[in-house]
Ligand binder design. Structure first.
Ligand SMILES: *Cc1c(COP(=O)(O)O)cnc(C)c1O
Length: 348
C-alpha cells in the first residue's frame, strides 16, 4: 500500500483541445520538459498529438524519440559536437540562444533546424536584441542551416496587467523578422494575450490541467491524481498533540487518520495545518507537520476505514494549485516533484 499518481489520458487530450480553442491559428508545441512536468513522458501520449514537442535535456530527447516521430525541440540547444551529432540523429530542432553556440553549429555540414531565441526583457536565455540581425545573416550563409522560427519568452505573463508584458510584446513585434515564423506565448499568454500567439504557441502547465494564474480555471482538467492509503485511525483526547514538533494540539477529542504519503513522495513539507485532503469525497484538514512517509488528517465525524484511499490533489474539487498555495509554492514545483517511489499509472 503506497502512494499512486494516476495520469488521466482524457484530461490531457481535453487540455490540448483547450489550447487549440484559444489559439486556433497557431501550431502547438507541447512542453514536456522535466519528464512532462512530472507526469512521466510515457504516460502523456495524448500530448504528442501536438505539432512539436519540447524538452530541456538530450536525455529526454532520447526517451521521447522512442515514443513519437514528431519533431522535438531541445530548449537549451547544444554546446559541443558530440551532442550536436546525437541531436541531429534524433531529428531534434535546436534552440540557438547564445553566441558561444556558433562555432559548433557553423562547423557542421549536416542539416540543422534552428530556433533563434531572442531576449526581449526576461534576461535569462536569448540573444540580446542588438546581436540578432547580425547573427541571423551569419547563419543564413550556411546552406545546411534552416532557421525555423524566432522565439522569445515572457517574464510576467502570469500577471496579465504587468507592464513588462506589453514592453516585451512591442519589442518582439518590432523586430525585423517577418521572414521567419515567430513564437512567444506560454500558457498564461495563450489564455490572456491573443496577439502574442503568432505561429507557434508553447503551452506547459495548462496541458496538465493547472492554471498559470493565481485563480483556478474550471475549464482545465487536472491530469495527475495523487492518492495514498489510510494506514491508521485513532481518537486523541483534547490537549494531545500530533506529529513532529507537537505543532498542532487538539482543542477537543479528535479522530485522526494517518495517511501513507509524505515529503519523501513529493508531498510538500511546508503544507500548513488546514491544507485540504480529500477522503471519501469530503475535504478534511491536514494537522501537524508533514513527515517523510506520513501525514495526519483530522476527519471530524466522517465515516472512514483503514485502507480507504485519500486524494492529495488532482480532483476537480481539490486542485494542485490549492495545495501549492497552502505550501507557499506553485503547482509546477509540486507536479515536477512527485518522487520515484510513487507508482505512476495510466487512467482513462
Ligand atoms: C516551460 C516553458 C514554457 C511553458 O510555460 P508554462 O508556463 O508552463 O505554459 C514555454 N516556453 C518556454 C521557453 C519554456 O521553457
Amino acid at each position: 500500500m503506497h502512494a499512486v499518481a494516476a495520469i488521466s489520458q482524457s484530461a490531457l487530450a481535453h487540455n490540448l483541445s483547450v489550447v487549440h480553442s484559444y489559439a486556433p491559428n497557431s501550431k502547438i508545441i507541447s512542453m514536456v520538459k522535466s519528464n512532462a512536468y512530472g507526469h512521466h513522458l510515457d504516460l502523456v501520449k495524448p500530448l504528442m498529438q501536438a505539432d512539436i514537442l519540447a524538452v530541456s535535456e538530450l536525455n529526454e530527447v532520447r526517451s521521447l524519440r522512442k515514443l513519437t516521430n514528431k519533431p522535438i525541440l531541445l530548449l537549451p540547444g547544444i554546446f559541443n559536437d558530440t551532442d550536436l551529432q546525437e541531436a541531429i540523429q534524433l531529428n531534434c530542432h535546436l534552440v540557438f540562444h547564445d553566441l558561444s553556440q556558433l562555432t559548433v553549429i557553423k562547423n557542421s555540414k549536416d542539416p540543422i533546424n534552428l530556433w533563434i531565441k531572442v531576449d526581449t526583457g526576461m534576461h535569462r536565455l536569448g540573444l540580446p536584441i542588438d546581436q540578432l540581425e547580425q547573427t541571423l545573416s551569419q547563419l543564413k550563409n550556411h546552406s545546411n542551416i534552416h532557421i525555423e522560427t524566432v522565439m522569445t519568452h515572457f517574464a510576467c505573463a502570469d500577471e496579465p496587467t504587468h507592464i513588462k508584458n506589453s514592453q516585451q510584446f512591442d519589442t518582439f513585434s518590432k523586430l525585423n523578422i517577418q521572414h521567419y515564423s515567430r513564437s512567444m506565448a506560454n500558457s498564461a499568454a495563450i489564455m490572456s494575450l491573443d496577439k502574442s500567439h503568432f505561429d507557434y504557441v508553447r503551452p506547459g502547465i495548462m496541458l496538465y490541467g493547472a492554471s498559470p494564474f493565481s485563480n483556478i480555471d474550471e475549464q482545465l482538467m487536472p491530469a495527475m491524481k495523487l492518492s495514498a492509503p489510510i494506514l491508521s485511525l485513532k481518537t486523541i483526547k483534547a490537549g494531545e498533540s500530533v506529529g513532529y514538533g507537537a505543532t498542532w494540539t487538539a482543542k477537543k477529542d479528535s479522530r485522526i487518520v494517518t495517511i501513507g504519503i509524505g515529503y519523501g513522495d513529493g508531498y510538500p513539507r511546508h503544507a500548513k495545518t488546514g491544507t485540504p485532503v480529500m477522503i471519501n469525497n469530503t475535504l478534511c484538514k491536514l494537522v501537524g507537520r508533514v513527515s517523510m512517509d506520513l501525514i495526519c488528517v483530522d476527519i471530524g465525524d466522517l465515516e472512514v476505514n483503514v485502507g480507504d484511499i485519500a486524494i492529495l490533489w488532482g480532483d476537480r474539487k481539490l486542485r494542485v494549485e490549492t495545495i501549492a498555495s497552502y505550501s507557499g509554492t506553485i503547482s509546477y514545483e509540486l507536479l515536477t516533484g512527485v518522487s520515484s517511489r510513487v507508482s505512476f499509472i495510466q487512467r482513462a
